[in-house]
Every structure is written in C-alpha cells, then in structure tokens.
Design a protein around this ligand. Structure first.
Ligand code: SAM
Length: 244
C-alpha cells in the first residue's frame, strides 16, 4: 500500500527528498546535533546496543539511508570483526560520510554504496543486520523498502528501524509541536540558509504511520517477533523484527 499516492506523486516525493539532502549534506551533522540537542546520538546508541553486534565474531551489517555514517561507525566500534556497508541514495551525503570514515581510520571497515532502499544493490540473504535511522520516513514506498530489508538479510538476521514517531505522549506533544513548527525551520534557515528542507522534515514526521501501524507493516514484510519501543516520550520509536 503506497498510502493511496499515485506513482507520479511518489517519484516527486523522492525528488524533493533528494533535493533536501543535497542542499544540507555539508551541514547535516551540525544540524542534527542542534535540532535534537544531541538526542539523536543517544537514540542511535540504543539501536546499536539492541543490535547486539558480537564482540569478536564477524558481523556483516547494512545501514540503509546511512547518510554520513553515524550508525555504521557505531556498529564497527561495537565489534572488532564487524564490517558495515552504508547505502544511501544521495551521493553528497555519502561523500561527507567517506571523508568522516577516512578521518576516523575506518575506511577499510565501512564502505559507502549509492543505492535506493526500494531496490537494494545487494544479493539476497547477505547481511547479519539491517538498520535504517531517520531514513524510512523519506522513502516513498515504505512497504517495498521493508520487503527489500527482508530479502537482503540472512535467516537469523535482524532488522532495526529508528524513526521519529507521531505518537508523542499527551502534554509533551504541545511543547513538541511548538518547537517543531516555530524553532526548527528558522534554525534551519540560520544554519543552512534555507528553511524549506526543515519544514519538509517536520511535516513528514506528522505523516508517518503510528507505531502500531508501522509494526504491522514490518510483520507484513515477513519479519517475526516484531518489537516496538517508544523513546523519549514517544518522539522517536525503535522498532524491528527478525528474519527467521
Ligand atoms: N541515517 C542517517 C542519520 O541518522 O544521521 C541519515 C538520516 S537522513 C535524515 C535521511 C537519509 O535518507 C538521507 O541521507 C537521504 O539521502 C536518504 N534517503 C532518502 N531516500 C532514500 C532512498 N529511497 N533510499 C536510500 N536512502 C534514501
């Protein structure tokens, strides 16, 4: 189900998303820290801990919509024999990521591959883990992306999705709304010279399926033992499942 959008709308959405991340790539990491007050680091840490990367045994990981490499760097940091592939549709984000990998001396353990979450350029049953952080919201056909995640994971592999959620707890939701609509776009304009990408960001969070609906989509893609963990008053949600 493409949420009732027609194909042209979906293609236009991907174009808009590409434009947004093309514009902000150079300032992306700074904006992440500013806008989430550093919280995105905590959420990503929770996700990578949950992933359970083995300390010494080999682990082949795929981080989709991996942008500038944050999650991949944490994964290879967690396991001495872990290797990660960052796949992102946007070459500008990958360029920033590659430079960061070089700086950290991780270039031999993290590779960067341009590709679409809806049609991953990898063989089936190839990876031990699949993560996508703040990325699936941007993908036009979410169900297709989840099916691709299932395909590229080996049996026994784990999917984890970190995403902003529309299920913010009552009380916090009003403060959060005020922050989202009055603080984020102007802050975006100050740092990147453009408010529009951040307006898009705020709106796309409101349109994302609710936690339980999204869990249903994960199950529909074939995953078992589907899990949903709201974090920070429901602002973010960590969900996932196992390919059995
Ligand atoms: N995962 C990184 C993080 O948490 O810092 C980056 C998240 S950023 C908000 C969203 C990323 O999704 C962008 O780098 C964008 O290029 C990527 N993206 C958007 N549509 C995509 C698609 N169809 N396939 C793969 N990546 C996509």
């Amino acid at each position: 189900t493409d949420f009732g959008f027609r194909r042209v709308d979906l293609d236009a959405k991907q174009e808009l998303v590409d434009d947004v991340f093309h514009k902000v790539a150079g300032r992306y990491d700074l904006m992440n820290d500013l806008m989430s007050a550093g919280l995105h680091r905590v959420w990503k840490d929770v996700m990578v801990t949950r992933l359970g990367v083995p300390k010494a045994r080999p682990f082949r990981h795929l981080d989709v919509a991996g942008g500038t490499g944050d999650v991949a760097f944490k994964v290879v940091g967690a396991g001495a024999s872990a290797e990660a592939t960052v796949c992102d549709i946007n070459g500008e984000m990958l360029k920033v990521g590659r430079a960061r990998a070089d700086q950290r001396g991780l270039a031999s353990r993290v590779e960067f591959v341009q590709g679409n979450a809806e049609a991953l350029p990898f063989p089936s049953a190839h990876f031990d883990g699949y993560t996508i952080a703040f990325g699936i919201r941007n993908v036009p056909r979410i169900q297709v992306a989840l099916e691709e995640a299932f395909r590229v994971l080996r049996p026994g592999g784990r999917l984890l999705v970190l995403e902003f959620s529309p299920d913010v707890v009552p009380g916090l939701d009003r403060i959060y709304d005020a922050y989202s609509f009055s603080v984020i776009p102007p802050m975006g304009r100050m740092v990147t010279g453009d408010a529009e990408p951040y307006q898009y960001l705020v709106e796309s969070i409101r349109k994302f399926p609710r936690d339980e609906v999204f869990a249903g989509m994960i199950a529909k893609a074939g995953f078992s033992r589907v899990e949903v963990t709201p974090m920070t008053g429901g602002i973010a949600c960590l969900s996932g499942g196992w390919k059995i």
